[in-house]
Ligand binder design. Sequence first.
Ligand code: GLU
Ligand code: MG
Length: 439
Amino acid sequence: MSERELVALVCCDLGAIVRGRSLFASELAPALATGVGWVPANHALTPLGPVADGNPFGSTGDLRLLPDPDTRVRVEAGGGDGMTALELLLCDIVETDGSPWECCPRRFLRTALRELKDELGAGLLASFEHEFQLLDASPPALGFSLEAQRRGEPFATRAMVALTEAGVEPERIFPEYSSHQFEIPVAAAEGVASADRAVVLREVVREVARREGTRASFSPLLDPAQAGNGVHIHLSAIDEHGEPLFHDASRPGCLSETGERFAAGILAHARALNALTAPSPVSAVRLQPHRWSAGAVCLARRNREALLRIPPLVELGGGDPARQLRLEYRGADASANPYLALGALVRAGLDGVRSGLPAPEILERDPSELEGADAERFGVGALPRSLEEAMGALEEDETARLWMGPLLHDAYASVKRAEIEAARGVEVEELCARYGAIY
Ligand code: GLU
Ligand code: MG
């Protein structure tokens, strides 16, 4: 790259906004060692713009954004006049002596992964499957249709090429059910790299869309009358030899005892997890029953209304079921910081294993057919109905509340409080428009 190109050193903040500072490429080598300046209160910026009132940082303190050289991403210049290359590196947020800052989201995830390693001897494989919509006023083509796919050109091909070059390993792109909606599943990666991929995917897709003169919105819900944009997080664990830990062909759903307990932990903490995985004022509207998002807090195999799903194991073409077995958490969206969401899921799963929770019953029916005690047993409509309720659930869950240290917790709560206040009394359509413009 030319010395007079800019490189962005960035982090993903508590509201899942990517922020940072750019420098000339010629200055990158020293910055890899020293980082660039950063301010604690940047982590109290809300996605609405202003700094959150009552945040724990105030105007004091200095930090560094320390680039992780393994995360370097480049999208070549092109696509319209004057579009320069996008070059970025993801950063850890550290103190000025290089020690980790207690509110750094990558550190939050690393701590959870270390616990998984220490207690289960396990590594985590994860992938984030994203949906998004191109903001396009023209009448949409039919969901999943070839017509919709072709109208998405050249954006779709360019996005897949750019994501591949960025190391995200996209597997497919296809038109989804809602207007101008697409989905991009990606290959699983180990540990922090999987969440890095989520951050990079969003920014690369936005960049490619920008170059096509449009905007890609990952907001959880653009139109209350339509399906929303989910981020489904696929999870599995491997032992130190790389052997899968969640598969056991002799058990229901082919889920091993460890896998069952991990799933049970996620379900047990589902309401608190919601505050970290779907944390915008429009998120709860997407998660209502009959939107094929997560209308029931239960485990299922073939049911897209369940919060946790075991996707199909495909033996066709010689596929290995043991390596395919994973848990799909359907309750996340792109207003969630991927490191916080994944770290919290790992903590919840680990708590299930640690407590030896019994295997969750696998739902085999459409949850909308359930009534009374059955509906309650399978958690139909049991997720919080608002961000306020989700934050309350986090406070009430004594285990989950301690996942974040006090400073991170207070900063996060201040940001979410500001969003809750700003949303009070606002119609859902207007909230959808507001958040559609942010994410
Ligand atoms: N759009 C749905 C959601 O909000 C997901 C549909 C699907 O991919 O199964 O999560
Ligand atoms: Mg989908």
